[in-house]
Write a new protein. Structure first.
Length: 202
């Protein structure tokens, strides 16, 4: 996909070009909205609103990361949903190591054909993590989702959230610390197969 060419065409009013961009990014935007909002219907609404907003504003895109530009729009749509619904969302997230780093290749993502017992354990683990995420303020949740889930670097996340780079780093560090403390407090409730042994690294 020649993204710059599609963007230029969409800016000239080419709906087919914009639809191709939608197809390329719709899963990413929906996943982001779902992780922030924790509700499928709200996430679908926020994603639809984000693409409508992106179509109206696409002429204002002046280069830079198109992905970060779209993520800023969908994040703002999620904030709007949160303000309307007055609710605190949840989102699954990978557990942290003793060094406050995200664990690579978390076990519950390993095999979609897991046994029923493994699926139960997976669900229990995800619920425990969701409980911890639920305690995060929305601004912490947003930066964690954009960086640790969607893979944006600090500069892209700063651009997406329109916050200074230092603010992004500070929020991410504080969010990871809160998540780690919460997970440690509830770790004994998790299935034994998913517990980290003391001192284990990713």
């Amino acid at each position: 996909m020649d993204e710059p060419a599609l963007i230029r065409s969409a800016q000239r009013g080419d709906l087919d070009a914009f639809n191709r961009l939608v197809l390329a990014y719709q899963d990413m935007l929906y996943n982001t909205a779902y992780r922030v909002l924790g509700d499928q219907e709200l996430a679908a609404d926020a994603t639809q609103e984000a693409f409508l907003s992106a179509f109206r504003k696409i002429k204002s895109h002046r280069g830079g990361s198109f992905r970060a530009w779209l993520l800023r729009i969908v994040t703002n749509a999620c904030y709007d949903e949160l303000r309307r619904k007055k609710r605190r969302p949840t989102t699954p997230l990978e557990p942290l190591t003793d060094d406050d780093e995200i664990m690579e290749n978390p076990r519950w993502l390993a095999d979609p054909a897991a046994s029923p017992e493994e699926q139960v354990e997976t669900a229990e683990l995800e619920r425990a993590i969701q409980d911890c995420i639920q305690a995060l303020p929305p601004e912490f949740r947003a930066v964690v989702v954009l960086t640790d889930v969607q893979g944006l670097d600090y500069k892209e996340a700063a651009a997406a959230l329109r916050k200074p780079l230092g603010t992004i780093k500070s929020r991410l560090a504080r969010a990871r610390l809160r998540l780690r403390e919460c997970l440690q407090a509830s770790w004994e409730l998790l299935p034994a197969a998913f517990r980290l042994e003391e001192g284990q690294s990713a």
